[in-house]
Design a binder for this molecule. Structure first.
Ligand SMILES: [Zn+2]
Length: 133
């Protein structure tokens, strides 16, 4: 992170917080097109589709959230981008980090992997294979 967001051609188009609510197939606005140029930096599992995205030009961080609310009158989807600081990214990561976890790079982004959840999935897979005749 080297500069002010106003000096960056991507970041100057993005407000500190931008949120779009979709209800009954209708949206209450649009995100600025510049958010499409942000790249995924870190995915956080089981956290309501939360990601840390990063500006490829200047390195500023944004929290991306996708929230889905089911209502009997029709569901609501809300996507939010919020400018954030490396300090807040670290704080969030400390809270969300499972007891046994590691960071893995998939070629595009870092993924926070919950090792206990992964072990449970592996064990389940093995049980299924063993049951096969
Ligand atoms: Zn930027």
């Amino acid at each position: 992170m080297k500069s002010d967001r106003a000096d960056c051609e991507i970041c100057r188009e993005i407000p500190r917080v931008t949120s779009v609510l979709e209800k009954h197939g209708e949206t209450d606005g649009e995100h600025p097109a510049a958010v499409g140029r942000l790249v995924v930096f870190l995915r956080i599992p089981e956290s309501n589709h939360q990601e840390v995205r990063r500006c490829p030009l200047c390195g500023h961080f944004y929290l991306y959230r996708y929230e889905y609310t089911y209502l009997t009158t029709g569901s609501e989807d809300e996507t939010t981008y919020e400018w954030t600081t490396p300090d807040r990214v670290l704080a969030l990561y400390a809270v969300k980090r499972p007891q046994r976890s590691e960071l893995r790079f998939d070629g595009a982004a870092w993924n926070l992997v919950d090792l206990d959840a992964e072990a449970r999935r592996e064990a389940q897979k093995k049980r299924k294979t063993a049951r096969r005749p």
